[in-house]
Design a protein around this ligand. Structure first.
Ligand code: NAP
Length: 207
């Protein structure tokens, strides 16, 4: 499949691109800055320039699947979180539908389904993620929503715990990326939402 990676220049996004390169799929890296292109040219990955804050429907032409791995990051305020993590994500679901792109994988966050339990300064982020997740759930997309725990830069172990709900925990970004790529072709994950932390289950055995 041609897979549009939204947030391809991010820390998880780059892992996703590398995993896709080694798979049966073709990654298309969605970037918002021309300075980011050479990194992807070097590894022969096609790029598409598009910004979630502008018109970006063109990025979906010719795609078979989307992985949303973008986010405004921890150093921006609530306004950017709403613009990118919530409204940006919602628009990607609309563009996917408008372009006949059925498979949609959403990188959300652990706790997005229980934002009311979060510390006050974290609630707005989780509610933004929650609203985007809820929107995607109501579409006709073949979606899977993955809510990872705290992300680390440790090397991936290839093993996870992926369940409807888990305790809070950590997980290497590389394992999140491998899981998202693997799930592209796991039919049983369609229309499902999962928490994801490190565990004992080999990612390749998830079916
Ligand atoms: P990251 O390195 O900050 O990557 C986020 C990506 O989103 C960047 O490539 C960024 O582009 C892109 N982006 C931001 N605004 C954009 C826009 N307007 N248009 C297009 N792209 C835009 O984050 P990460 O570490 O890979 O994490 C990915 C996501 O996982 C986070 O955003 C967060 O929502 C979620 N998450 C994080 C944690 C955690 O513990 N940190 C836990 C659970 C879930 P640039 O490269 O151009 O800046």
């Amino acid at each position: 499949m041609n897979v549009l990676v939204i947030g391809a220049n991010g820390k998880v996004g780059k892992h996703i691109v590398h995993k896709l390169r080694k798979s049966e799929h073709v990654p298309y890296a969605m970037l918002r800055d021309t300075d980011q292109i050479p990194y992807f040219e070097e590894i022969q990955v096609p790029t598409v320039l598009a910004d979630l804050e502008k018109d970006f429907g063109h990025a979906f032409h010719g795609m078979d699947a989307v992985i949303f791995a973008a986010g405004s990051g921890p150093h921006t305020g609530a306004d950017k979180t709403i613009i990118i993590d919530q409204e940006g994500a919602i628009k990607t679901a609309d563009h996917a539908m408008a372009n006949g792109v059925k498979r949609y994988i959403m990188l959300s966050s652990i706790g997005a389904d229980r934002a009311e339990e979060a510390p006050d300064d974290f609630k707005f982020y989780l509610y933004a993620k929650h609203r985007a997740d809820e929107y995607v759930r109501k579409t006709s997309l073949d979606y899977t929503i993955v809510r990872p725990g705290s992300l680390t830069n440790e090397k991936g172990t290839g093993k996870v715990l992926m369940e409807k709900r888990t305790e809070h925990g950590e997980i290497p970004r590389e394992d999140v990326a491998e899981t998202l790529v693997h799930l592209l072709t796991v039919p049983s994950s369609v229309h499902k939402s999962y928490d994801l932390i490190s565990g004992d289950m080999p990612i390749k055995k998830i079916e």
